[in-house]
Every structure is written in C-alpha cells, then in structure tokens.
Design a protein around this ligand. Structure first.
Ligand code: NAP
Length: 229
C-alpha cells in the first residue's frame, strides 16, 4: 500500500504510475479530488485510487490516515512529493516572507505532517519506506555555489534535515527514510526545456520506495547514488 502526495501531475503522477506497475496498491493524493480522479483514469490501472489530501490542511491528512488505517491497517510506502516553487526573486534580502512562509508550510511542514500521520501506521507493521522528494536546490553545497529561489531552496534544505532526523529516530525499525533529487525535469514546475523526462525524474524515488530491508536510511540520492547535503 503506497501513498504519493501531489500525484495528479508531473513527477508524482509518474511515481504513482510506476508503483502501480510494480503491483503496489496506490493511493494517488491530490488536493483537488477531481484532478486526482482524472489522473487515475490516465493511469488506467485497477489498483490506483484517488484521495483528497492537501498537505497544508491537517484535517485532510488526518482523515486519510484514519481511512487507510481502518480499511487496510497498513501503509508501506509514503512519497512526500507535493511541493510549490513560487519564489519571485533569487535574492533572500528581497524575498516576500509570506511567500517564504507558505512555501515552508507546503514543502517542509506538509511532508512533516504526513510523516507524523503515517509513521505510527508503519510502526504497527514494522515496515515503511519514506521518500522525501527534495531537490538540488536543497543541497547546502549547491547553495554555496549558486543563489536560487531562496524560499524553495530553504524548504528543501529543511526537508533534508527532517529526513536525517526521522531516520535517526526510526533507526532499529524497518522504516527507511531518504531524500532524493529528481534532477531538472520537464513538468509544470521544471518547464519545457528541462533535460529529463518524468520517467528519469521518478526513477530514484521508485528505487528508494522499494528498498530491501538492508537498504540505506537517512541519505540524499540522485540517480540512485549518494549526493552531497
Ligand atoms: P508540479 O508539476 O508543479 O506538480 C506539483 C504537484 O504538487 C501537483 O500535483 C500539485 O497539485 C501538488 N501540490 C502543490 N501544493 C499542494 C498541496 N498543498 N497539497 C497537495 N498537493 C499539492 O511539480 P513537479 O515538477 O512534478 O515536482 C514534484 C516534486 O519534485 C516536487 O517536490 C519538486 O520540488 C521536486 N523537484 C522537481 C524538479 C523539476 O525539475 N520538475 C526539480 C527538483 C525537484 P495541483 O495540481 O493541485 O497544483
């Protein structure tokens, strides 16, 4: 049983599609249920269902966690994919702090909220794979070289810190938590000139979502290889 947030389009949709192809039952999370259901039709696989989940809205997250727990009693894979990139400047001195706040609420707190809701369900079965979809913009090494969308970038650095902390908290359980960067991908967020397809962007997330029990935890990966924080 897998849940992918923000899966009605882009990389999230491709992750949902590929997990379904691998015989997982998939809940395709979408903040707009009509868009989620349209995406399910696009996948045309019997084992995918849409569910409303707005990662900034605690009540939609709690309702979904209760439903998954009562209907299935388990969640094996959580892919925190939903995110926004709404920066209007590359300079932190010029960043509109309302944009920064909303970006952190979605990209960091949203993923954190999902982990808080679903880790207890994973613990029940002592099994879980959590994939936090981060970005090269979340690498401190990259920030040292380049100024880029500060609110988005800080949200992904923080998401990486959350990955490390969760991995540490969950060490000794069979719940593995990792961050990944999809690279620059052709989606609404990435734009049409990005070099990578959604298939390439989704690959490392699929790998991390299906790790064996002795797989890594608390790492940051791109193209299935460790990258610098
Ligand atoms: P995208 O095409 O813009 O899709 C973003 C998805 O997130 C949409 O389904 C959107 O839903 C959803 N979303 C936004 N806010 C949400 C909320 N509050 N609750 C639930 N869903 C929400 O982006 P993408 O390119 O596929 O990006 C997917 C992930 O990869 C993101 O984490 C992004 O930061 C990361 N990433 C992308 C690239 C790239 O080049 N594309 C590079 C590095 C990292 P709506 O349709 O309702 O808006």
């Amino acid at each position: 049983m897998a849940l992918v947030t923000g899966a009605n389009r882009g990389i999230g949709l491709e992750i949902a599609k590929q997990l379904a192809q691998r015989k997982n039952r998939v809940i395709l999370g979408a903040r707009d249920i009509a868009r989620g259901e349209a995406a399910v039709k696009e996948i045309s696989s019997g084992n995918v269902t849409a569910a409303k989940v707005d990662v900034t809205d605690q009540s939609t997250v709690d309702m979904l966690a209760q439903k998954i727990n009562s209907d299935f009693g388990r969640l094996d894979i959580l892919v925190n994919n939903a995110a926004i990139l709404i920066d209007e400047t590359d300079f932190p001195t010029k960043t509109n702090l309302d944009i920064a706040r909303f970006t952190l609420e979605t990209n960091l707190i949203g993923s954190w909220r999902l982990c808080q809701a679903f880790v207890p369900i994973m613990r029940q079965n002592n099994y879980g794979r959590i994939v936090n979809v981060s970005s090269n913009a979340g690498s401190l090494e990259a920030i040292a070289e380049n100024l880029y969308s500060p609110a988005y970038s800080i949200s992904k650095v923080s998401l990486n810190a959350l990955t490390m902390m969760l991995a540490r908290e969950l060490r000794g359980s069979n719940i593995l938590v990792n961050s990944m960067s999809p690279g620059w991908v052709r989606t609404d967020m990435g734009g049409p000139s990005a070099p990578r397809s959604v298939k390439e962007g989704a690959d490392t997330a699929i790998w991390l979502a299906t790790l064996p029990d002795n797989g890594p935890t608390g790492g940051f990966f791109q193209d299935r290889k460790k990258i610098d924080w």
